[in-house]
Design a protein around this ligand. Structure first.
Ligand code: AMP
Ligand code: GLY
Length: 424
């Protein structure tokens, strides 16, 4: 079967790496891809917002499965267009992708389905939002409703800061994402991510992970798309995972189906493990980036079989995903200036970073002649496996140290929370 993978990040490199390993994959195409993906797939430039062009490409190249990596084309309804043209697609419909595309939609679904999540109010004007603030206590959690590339959440310590942030949100700081704001109760606990595949009916877990969202060591500085991750996240014990399935993921998938907007694809639940149990912080309608890289590093099952089963409503007929007991850990190497103004063009020499079983997934890279250069904020995802988080961390940083990327930086404390726990 020919497969078309859409996207260009480290997440898509990791997905492509697993897809290409499958005996079910004859030819892998990627659009637009990146230099890392180009080693496994034929890259082509396709505009994912031009649905007719994607459909025409898929028909011309006998594509049997389209895999949509990022959220924007999902929220834009690309999966609907492809399915309407008879092309099997991994990824939710436009309606179902509202679980990521609208925080207000998700909060209301949680309310209807009795899913544990922070108390909230939806506000469509600055006046209403200022009024609602009075019904919450600091710190205030303020969320722009729509897609904002992981940057639409403000945690304000004081009432004045919250008022100011709301002013900016309604003033267009997040574009149209800020025309509605959700105010939430602040939750305390440790964060963890839980991933499940579903075809709308059957649901199977595909691993846990912890991300490192802040740019600086010790979780300081501005939020980013993610500076590193590891999997599994042992804080999500088997008992907690069963509780997450029962109280959060299953009621979500059941309610979406019952309401005529079945969800298929991967459902990524961002959780807060509070003293009262796991609460849903947010859903994403795609794999996390860089969480996907560590999940794919551990996945032993055939990803093509799983994704095709999701796309065709046959997930209940195939074996559930099997992940190795190993830990995987990925360190993001970013370009200087990320997340504000990443410097482009810095040269990269990967050296023998992969010599000891590590894997370097490309994100924002570009080939200029023979030279690999930085072409984005997050540039490389240096990923390794080990029997413990400590071993995976040691191997990942050894690989980082083998790379020459003068204009790059990384956090040196990825996985530190788990490493400390392992030390006891
Ligand atoms: P989100 O984009 O909804 O995942 O939010 C981004 C980050 O803000 C999360 O990863 C949390 O660290 C934090 N956050 C979001 N909602 C809450 C909440 N209700 N209580 C505490 N922290 C939150
Ligand atoms: N790493 C966070 C995300 O993909 O949303």
């Amino acid at each position: 079967m020919n497969i078309l993978l859409l996207g260009s990040g480290g997440r898509e490199h990791a997905l492509g790496w697993k897809l290409a390993q499958s005996p079910l994959c004859d030819k892998l195409w990627a659009a637009p891809g990146n230099p890392g993906i180009a080693q496994l797939a034929e890259c082509t430039s396709l505009d994912a917002t031009d649905h007719d062009a994607v459909i025409a490409f898929a028909k011309d190249n006998a594509i049997g499965l389209v895999v949509i990596g990022p959220e924007a084309p999902l929220v834009d309804g690309l999966a609907d267009s492809l399915r309407a043209a008879g092309i099997d697609t991994f990824g939710p419909s436009k309606q179902a992708a509202q679980l990521e595309g609208s925080k207000g939609f998700t909060k209301e679904l949680c309310q209807r389905a009795g899913i544990p999540t922070a108390r909230y109010e939806r506000c469509t004007s600055l006046e209403a939002a200022w009024g609602a603030l009075k019904r919450f206590k600091p710190p205030f959690v303020l969320k722009a409703d729509g897609l904002a590339a992981g940057k639409g959440v403000v945690i304000a310590e004081t009432y004045e800061q919250a008022q100011e942030a709301l002013g900016e949100m309604f003033d267009g700081r997040f574009g149209s994402a800020g025309s509605e704001v959700v105010i939430e109760q602040f939750l305390t606990g440790e964060e963890a991510s839980f991933f499940a595949l579903t075809d709308g009916t059957a649901i199977v877990p595909i691993g846990t992970a912890q991300d490192h969202k802040r740019v600086g060591e010790g979780d300081t500085g501005p939020n980013t798309g993610g500076m590193g991750a590891y999997s599994p996240a042992p804080v999500l014990t088997d008992a907690l995972q069963a509780q997450v399935m029962r109280e959060i993921v299953e009621p979500t998938v059941r309610t979406m189906a019952a309401e005529g907007t079945p969800y298929s694809g991967v459902l990524y639940a961002g959780l807060m493990l509070t003293k009262d149990g796991p609460q849903l912080i947010e859903y994403n309608a795609r794999f996390g980036d860089p969480e996907c890289q560590v999940l794919m590093m551990r996945l032993e099952s055939d990803l093509v079989e799983l994704m095709q089963a999701c796309a065709q409503g046959r997930l209940g007929e195939v074996a559930a995903p099997k992940l190795s007991d190993d830990f995987a850990l990925t360190v993001v190497m970013a370009a200087e200036g990320y997340p504000d103004t990443p410097k482009k063009g810095g040269t990269i020499d990967l050296g023998d970073a992969e010599a000891n079983g590590a894997k370097v997934f490309h994100a924002g890279t570009k080939l200029e002649g023979e030279t690999l250069t930085a072409n984005g904020g997050r540039v490389l995802n240096v990923t390794a496996r080990g029997a413990s988080a400590t071993e995976a961390q040691t191997k990942a940083y050894a690989a980082v140290d083998a790379i020459d990327f003068a204009d790059g930086f990384c956090r040196r404390d990825i996985g530190q929370r788990e490493v400390r726990r392992e030390r006891g």
